[in-house]
Design a protein around this ligand. Structure first.
Ligand code: NAD
Length: 259
């Protein structure tokens, strides 16, 4: 058995990854390309997307802001023109309140600025919806596909002062289940991966800070933060035919946190 066939097989498949220019998305792009996929590395940070795509064979960098529905449609139209199909989509681009507040202290919910609420919801929830509505027609045209949305621990539990992120990620879980029920009969599976605490540029300013590190590690039975690759492996499995009967599910890749 070849090394590739022992693992997950994506030869000839076309897979879109949003937030592909960094962290979990970048790790997933690398694994997908290694498994033979043509990967579209989509990100609003084009420098990040280009750097990841340049490492990989058969990868294409694409600049997209997922808050812009038309930009998502244009991206998928370009994939259709270039490849004629879309077999997989990892809707993964995301931010937190910390990103939107540019590092300022998290306020209590009643004091959360409206623009921060809207920014987080527009990337983390609207962004997934914009991608789904663009992706589904091309997937259906090809007879089906696999979609994975990135949720979070915060699709299941919350922390104080994270109302927008928690609401958005609970919303993504609901969207995932709706798509699974609505499109399963047409060959599209839709699942979610729920990362725990992952060491990426999104979090590394917080999780390595002395005042947070031990507190964040304490509830994780595996006693370490996830690597981006830990989450990418779960996403890859859900995108692959190995998970052919998994639909509407959420995999908690959280080291046992939710247990
Ligand atoms: N890191 C964690 O601990 C953790 C935990 C749970 C869930 N998540 C989720 O995982 C996903 C990936 O996060 P990460 O940790 O790899 O972060 P990251 O910051 O390393 O990567 C996120 C990528 O999304 C891109 N992005 C942000 N806004 C965008 C937009 N409007 N349009 C297109 N691209 C945009 C960024 O440029 C970046 O490249 C996010 O949805 C995040 O909420 C992360």
């Amino acid at each position: 058995m070849s090394e590739r066939s022992k693992n997950l097989e994506f030869t000839g498949k076309v897979v879109l990854v949003t937030g592909g220019g960094s962290g979990i998305g970048a790790a997933t792009c690398r694994m997908l390309a290694k498994a033979g996929a043509n990967v579209i590395v989509a990100d609003c940070n084009m420098a990040g997307a280009e750097a990841v795509a340049a490492e990989l064979s058969g990868a294409l960098a694409w600049a997209v802001d997922v808050t812009d529905a038309r930009a998502c449609e244009n991206m998928v139209a370009a994939i259709g023109e270039r490849f004629g199909r879309l077999d997989g989509a990892f809707n993964n681009a995301g931010i937190t309140e910390v990103t939107a507040l540019k590092g300022a202290q998290l306020p209590e919910t009643h004091a959360l600025p409206l623009d921060v609420w809207r920014k987080v919801l527009s990337v983390d929830l609207d962004g997934v919806f914009h991608c789904l509505r663009a992706e589904l027609p091309l997937m259906l045209q090809g007879g089906g596909g696999a979609i994975v949305n990135t949720t979070s621990l915060q699709a299941h539990i919350s922390y104080p002062r994270t109302a927008a992120y928690t609401a958005a990620k609970h919303g993504v879980l609901g969207l995932t289940r709706t798509i699974a029920k609505e499109y399963g009969a047409q060959g599209v599976r839709c699942n979610a991966v729920s990362p725990g605490v992952v060491d990426t540029p999104l979090t590394n300013g917080v999780i390595h800070a002395e005042e947070y590190r031990e507190m964040l590690l304490a509830p994780i039975p595996l006693k370490r933060f996830a690597t981006p690759g830990d989450i990418a492996k779960a996403a890859l499995w859900l995108l692959s035919d190995q998970s052919a009967y998994i639909n509407g599910a959420v995999i908690a890749a959280d080291g046992g946190y939710l247990a």
